[in-house]
Design a protein around this ligand. Structure first.
Ligand code: SF4
Length: 371
């Protein structure tokens, strides 16, 4: 069964596609000279930067496959982790829309080609979930099974929603039962990981045209995202004067670093860092800017959620950060720090750092006195 590569262009390499369809190996130089294809690739990138799903309606499969791969090359050349993640997120979202329209056979086929071990169960599983007003029984149909490892790998980010947690799933013979809509949602995650993997795998050859095109793409990135490939993009210290990054506990520092790199975070990771920083007195504006790094950032929603956590909206309740036990149960604890709350770790580190600084200040003076 064939996959429609215009919908899922990351499931075929540019060379394999060209050989299969046009019977020749692709010549990258001439592709980069093709203005209409390059313009399409840039449009694709621009859509992601603006937070929009690229609309390829009316375009040929050639246009869609080639422009996707040129876009990936350009982004790799630009070397912005934020742009990579942003692009992967919006392209995965685009393909997810198609995946939701697929029939069961095509859905399974697309996911298998993506490397997911998915199958139909020997016996269909239906679970009674309620009744209609007229008293008719309503069932959820679990039409697919997916290998345990794949399930864990691709759903970890959703475990904030109870239904995705393994304890709430039916697991049998190393396979997890899953509904069709859930499988498509998992597919979106698979696509995101796949596209991000492409950026790691590609080795660029030096081509002058690629360099000048990448320079143009760089101009499209809002100023604050240009340097996010390392940890130098944003710094909490200095901007708020309230948070010392060096004193952050390992769990929060890991999330913080992932944010700076533009990685996609789970619901619990977002909650953990937002409530932790709010507890330290960081203001909404600063948090919004930190969240701006995330690939699915939406300013209106983020601002609302942060203000909600800060108790400025809704019930007025301010949410407390997770303690270590809650962090552990959500898989967010990454070290044994001997404390019960990440805030305790932070304040104790802060005191140590302050003492060290005080010592440094006094030492040169005392050695001078000795002389
Ligand atoms: S022990 Fe607590 S502070 Fe340390 S990494 Fe785990 S959750 Fe964070």
């Amino acid at each position: 069964m064939k996959v429609d590569f215009s919908r899922y262009p990351f499931l075929v390499s540019l060379n394999d596609y060209m050989v299969a369809v046009h019977k020749y190996i692709v010549d990258l130089d001439s592709l980069l000279e093709n203005k209409s294809i390059v313009n399409l690739a840039v449009k694709r990138i621009e859509s992601a930067i603006k937070g929009r799903i690229f609309d390829g309606r009316g375009l040929s499969t050639d246009d869609l496959v080639i422009s996707f791969h040129i876009a990936v090359l350009l982004i790799k050349k630009v070397n912005s982790r934020w742009l990579q993640s942003r692009f992967a997120n919006f392209e995965a979202e685009r393909s997810y829309r198609f995946l939701q329209e697929e029939d069961q056979r095509s859905l399974m086929n697309v996911l298998r080609v993506s490397g997911v071990n998915v199958d139909k169960p020997r016996k269909e599983l239906r679970i009674l979930v309620g009744y209609t007003k007229g008293g008719r029984e309503v069932y959820d149909a679990y039409d697919f099974i997916i290998a345990f490892q794949g399930y864990v790998r691709y759903t970890r980010r959703f475990w904030g929603e109870g239904k995705w947690k393994l304890v709430n799933r039916l697991v049998s013979g190393g396979f997890v039962y899953i509904r069709q809509d859930e499988l498509a949602r998992l597919g979106k995650e698979v696509f995101y990981v796949k596209i991000m993997g492409m950026f790691d795998e590609i080795e660029l050859v030096p081509i002058q045209t690629l360099e000048s095109l990448a320079d143009k793409v760089k101009q499209l990135i809002p100023e604050k995202y240009v340097e996010t490939s390392g940890l130098g993009g944003l710094s909490l210290t200095g901007k708020t004067g309230k948070v010392v990054v060096e004193a952050l506990p390992p769990c929060i520092k890991r999330i913080y670093n992932a944010m700076l790199k533009g990685d996609n975070l789970s619901h619990h990771e977002r909650f953990a860092i937002a409530t932790f920083l709010l507890a330290l007195g960081v203001d909404t504006e600063y948090l919004v800017n930190l969240f701006r790094n995330l690939p699915d950032f939406n300013e209106k929603i983020t601002r609302y959620q942060i203000e909600h956590l800060a108790g400025k909206r809704g019930s007025g309740r301010k949410y407390s950060p997770y303690n270590c036990e809650s962090m552990r149960s959500r898989g967010l604890c990454v070290a044994e720090c001997g404390v019960k709350h990440p805030l305790t770790y932070y304040f104790s580190e802060l005191r140590k750092l302050k003492k060290e600084k005080d010592r440094e200040k006094t030492q040169p003076a005392s050695s001078e006195t000795r002389r």
